[in-house]
Design a binder for this molecule. Structure first.
Ligand SMILES: [Zn+2]
Length: 466
C-alpha cells in the first residue's frame, strides 16, 4: 500500500520530460511512481486533484524568516505553496527558534546579514571583522552572509572583502547592493558587480535597483541585464510584487533606513518621520501587521496608530516596483537561451507578497513563460543553487516535494514537503522544519531541536554554476 496517491493532476516535471495527466504515489515519504492510472485501492490516502496542475515543490530563494518580520512567516510560505526557502538576513538565533516553534514543515536555510553594532563594529569592517562574523554565522548553522544595503551602506572595500572572504571559505554570500559611495539603486548594483570580480555572489532582487531613481526604469533594467550577461558566474533572482518591504523605524524624526527614504522621495514625500506619517495616511506607505494567522499590509489612520504604538518599529511597504523591470527581469534571456536572472523569488515570507503562484501563473497566461520555464525558475534552478537534493523535480526515489496549483484561480491548493502534506485548500497542516546547514553548523541546528540537512556549498550551483 502507498501512503499517499495524488491522482488525476496535470503533472509538469521538465527534468524528467513529464507533461500530462498522471498519478503520483508516495511511500515512506518518497515518490515511488509517476504514472497514468495507478489504482486508488493501492493507497491508504487518495487526493484527487483533477483540473489542477502538479509541479515540483516551489523553492523561494529570497524570503524573510526572522521572528521580528513575522511569527507567521512559515505559515505564510506554506499557504503560498512553497516547500523550501532561503531566509536572507537572520539573525540565525531567531531564525532557528522560529523554525522550531512556528515551523510549517518546510525545508529552510538562512544567511546572516552583516549588521553594524551587532556582528560587525561599524560601516567599514576589516577582513578580521568579516571573518569573525562569518565564522560565528557558520558555526550557528547559517550558510553564509548577506550584505544589507537596505539598512546599512558599508564602505566599498568592506563589501569587496566580504565577497572575497566568503568565496575563500566556500560559504554563501548574497548582496542587497549599494555602498557608502552609491546607494541601493542601479549605481549600487553596477558597483557590486565590479566589486564581486570573479567571486561567486548572489545578487538579490535585481528588480529593486531598477525603480527609476537615477535613470528611466527601462534603461536601468537594460543596464542590469547587460551586467548579468557579462558576468555569468553571478547568481541572481528577481521578484514580481509591486510592493517593496523595509523598516518604518525612525530616529530623531528621520527614517533609519536609506531605502525607506528613497521610497518617500519616489512618492514625492519629505524624507522625514512626518513625511512617512503622511504617506501612511495617504496609502503610499503600508504598515505590516499580524492578523488572522498571517501578516498583512494596512494604511490610513489605523495604520498610523499601530505604527506609533510600536514606537515606529514596524515593517513598511511601498508600491515602488514599476511593472516593466519586474516583467523584463522575470523573462529576460541570455544569447544562449538561459535566463538572465536564475530564479523567480518573492522577498516575501513574513513580508506579505508571496506571489510565486499568483503572479507567476499570470506570466504563463500572458505567454511570457512556458510551464517548463516557470518550474525551472521557481524550483529546479533555486534548488540547484542551494544544493537541495530532494527539490527541483518529481524523480522517483526523492523525498516528495510537490506543489499543486489551480491554474484557473492562480492559487496554490496543496503542498507536500519532505513527503508530508503541509497545506491543503488554504489550511496549513505542516509542523517543524528541516534546516539546511553546512558541516560546521550541524551541531547547533541539532541542539536547537531541528532536523539538519547538511550540504557542501562547493558542490552546489552557487559555486559550480547551473
Ligand atoms: Zn530581502
Amino acid at each position: 500500500m502507498y501512503d499517499l496517491l495524488i491522482k488525476n493532476g496535470r503533472v509538469i516535471d521538465p527534468v524528467n520530460g513529464v507533461e500530462g495527466i498522471k498519478d503520483i504515489a508516495i511511500e515512506d515519504r518518497r515518490i515511488v511512481r509517476v504514472e497514468e492510472d495507478i489504482p486508488s485501492f493501492s493507497a491508504s490516502e487518495v487526493l484527487d486533484v483533477c483540473g489542477k496542475t502538479v509541479i515540483p515543490g516551489l523553492v523561494d530563494i529570497h524570503t524573510h524568516l526572522s521572528p521580528s518580520t513575522s511569527r507567521y512567516s512559515h505559515r505564510m510560505l506554506a499557504l503560498a505553496g512553497v516547500t523550501a526557502a532561503l531566509d536572507m538576513s537572520g539573525p540565525i538565533d531567531g531564525v532557528l527558534r522560529l523554525a522550531r516553534e512556528e515551523g510549517a514543515g518546510l525545508t529552510v536555510a538562512s544567511i546572516e546579514a552583516l549588521v553594524p553594532g551587532a556582528n560587525i563594529p561599524g560601516l567599514a569592517p576589516d577582513s578580521k571583522d568579516i571573518e569573525k562574523a562569518l565564522d560565528e554565522a557558520l558555526d550557528k548553522g547559517s550558510l553564509g552572509i548577506k550584505l544589507l544595503a537596505a539598512a546599512y551602506l558599508l564602505e566599498p572595500d568592506s563589501i569587496g572583502n566580504a565577497f572575497r572572504i566568503a568565496n575563500k571559505r566556500r560559504a554563501y554570500v548574497a548582496a542587497h547592493c549599494g555602498s557608502s559611495k552609491t546607494n541601493s539603486d542601479i549605481r549600487g548594483f553596477l558597483e557590486a558587480v565590479e566589486l564581486a570580480g570573479s567571486n561567486r555572489v548572489h545578487m538579490a532582487h535585481v528588480n529593486s535597483y531598477c525603480r527609476g531613481l537615477i535613470r528611466p526604469d527601462a534603461e536601468e533594467t537594460e543596464e542590469a541585464v547587460r551586467a548579468l550577461i557579462d558576468h555569468p558566474w553571478l547568481r541572481s533572482e528577481s521578484y514580481m510584487s509591486q510592493m517593496n518591504g523595509n523598516s518604518a523605524g525612525c530616529e530623531n524624526g528621520i527614517p533609519k533606513t536609506p531605502v525607506t527614504k528613497n521610497c518617500l522621495r519616489l512618492g514625492g514625500y519629505p524624507e522625514t518621520q512626518e513625511g512617512l506619517r503622511q504617506a501612511i495616511l495617504d496609502g503610499w506607505a503600508n504598515i505590516n501587521i499580524a492578523a488572522g494567522g498571517q501578516n498583512m499590509l494596512i494604511n490610513g489612520p489605523e495604520a498610523v496608530e499601530r505604527w506609533l504604538a510600536a514606537g515606529t518599529d514596524t515593517g513598511v511597504s511601498f508600491p515602488v516596483n514599476p511593472p516593466l523591470p519586474r516583467y523584463r527581469l522575470a523573462t529576460a534571456k541570455r544569447p544562449d537561451g538561459s535566463f538572465v536572472c536564475d530564479a523567480l523569488s518573492t522577498d516575501g515570507g513574513g513580508i506579505p507578497r508571496n506571489v510565486l503562484v499568483s503572479h507567476g501563473l499570470s506570466l504563463i497566461r500572458f505567454g511570457a513563460l512556458s510551464w517548463n520555464e516557470y518550474v525551472y525558475k521557481t524550483s529546479t534552478a533555486p534548488a540547484k543553487i542551494l544544493g537541495l537534493p530532494d527539490h527541483g523535480s518529481l524523480t522517483a526515489g526523492l523525498l516528495a516535494n510537490i506543489t499543486v496549483v489551480d491554474p484557473e484561480k492562480q492559487i496554490p491548493v496543496l503542498a507536500v514537503s519532505n513527503g508530508r502534506l503541509i497545506m491543503i485548500g488554504g489550511h496549513v497542516c505542516g509542523a517543524g522544519s528541516r534546516f539546511v546547514t553546512t558541516e560546521r553548523g550541524e551541531r547547533n541546528v541539532l541542539e536547537n531541536g531541528l532536523e539538519p540537512l547538511v550540504i557542501h556549498l562547493e558542490e552546489t550551483g552557487f559555486y559550480k554554476g547551473l
